[in-house]
Design a protein around this ligand. Structure first.
Ligand SMILES: NC(=O)c1ccc[n+]([C@@H]2O[C@H](COP(=O)([O-])OP(=O)(O)OC[C@H]3O[C@@H](n4cnc5c(N)ncnc54)[C@H](OP(=O)(O)O)[C@@H]3O)[C@@H](O)[C@H]2O)c1
Length: 233
């Protein structure tokens, strides 16, 4: 039997998730946009009948309230919206209090999450060689609101957590329709080492979010996508 899915944020990602949902055993029963969910006015019990999970890809401004409302109404949620993580401790608390489940990530691509592990390993090696300095760079389509991307910030955190504590400059470009490229480089007088992930489309993000939503069914707690990757493979 299919599970009822709410799509919160019916933009580029929400539309793609709706197209692919049935492949993951979901039936899309409600879709929220700014228009029908101004100040969370749409996230109310009458519109969430038969909903087993929500996938939230909206805006940095609206995500925290959406996540709070969904938890309060007992809906397990996968959140891909970026740029709201200063609210994460409070949202974490709301989810635990409600006894619901949340999977979040600045990037639901399996490839990016493996790339992050490769970058962390590289940073651990380069930390030992003071002649190398590092940079991070990303490019996304011009409609993306936050810059640098949540993924680039996360890569920088991973690099720091791996013991690399020298120069690390981050830059971001916004242009055209680019679905997302992230690059980490290490440079010395002798050479340059570049690690790069390029998304060909948004499909990898949408499929990762749907796999996470399926995994989250019936679970409680707050998880980052990378923590559950091993259980999805
Ligand atoms: N984690 C990942 O893997 C990943 C991948 C891609 C993108 N993202 C992030 O996901 C988010 C959405 O990306 P996108 O490319 O789909 O953006 P988008 O095309 O601009 O779509 C955003 C959607 O959110 C809706 N929205 C605005 N306020 C809302 C509210 N209060 N309640 C419900 N919906 C609301 C908008 O509605 P209107 O059309 O009515 O304005 C629109 O449908 C961004 O933060 C982006 O950075 C994450």
């Amino acid at each position: 039997m299919s599970l009822g899915l709410a799509i919160v944020g019916y933009g580029k990602m929400g539309r793609l998730i709706a197209q692919l949902a049935s492949e993951y055993g979901f039936d899309v029963r409600v879709k929220f946009t700014r228009e029908n969910n101004l100040h969370d006015s749409g996230i109310v019990p009458e519109f969430l009948q038969g909903i087993d999970a929500a996938v939230e890809f909206s805006t940095p401004d609206s995500a925290p309230d959406n996540l709070r409302r969904l938890a309060a109404l007992g809906v397990n949620t996968v959140c891909g919206t970026t740029g709201w993580y200063e609210h994460l401790p409070a949202i974490h608390e709301s989810v635990l209090t409600a006894g619901t489940g949340l999977v979040y990530s600045p990037n639901f691509s399996v490839g990016v999450n493996v790339f992050m592990q490769a970058v962390a390993h590289a940073a651990c090696f380069f930390a030992k060689y003071p002649e190398y300095e590092a940079w991070g760079w990303e490019i996304h389509h011009s409609a993306k609101k936050d810059a640098p991307s949540g993924t680039l910030k996360k890569l920088a955190q991973e690099i720091r957590a791996s013991g690399y504590n020298r120069t690390l400059t981050l830059t971001a470009n916004r242009a055209g329709a680019h679905p997302g490229t992230h690059e980490i480089g290490f440079d010395s007088a002798a050479d340059t080492i570049t690690l790069r992930h390029t998304a060909r489309s948004r499909e990898g993000f949408a499929r990762g979010a749907l796999r996470a939503a399926r995994w989250l069914a019936g679970k409680q707690g707050v998880f980052e996508f990378r923590e559950i990757l091993g259980e999805l493979s």
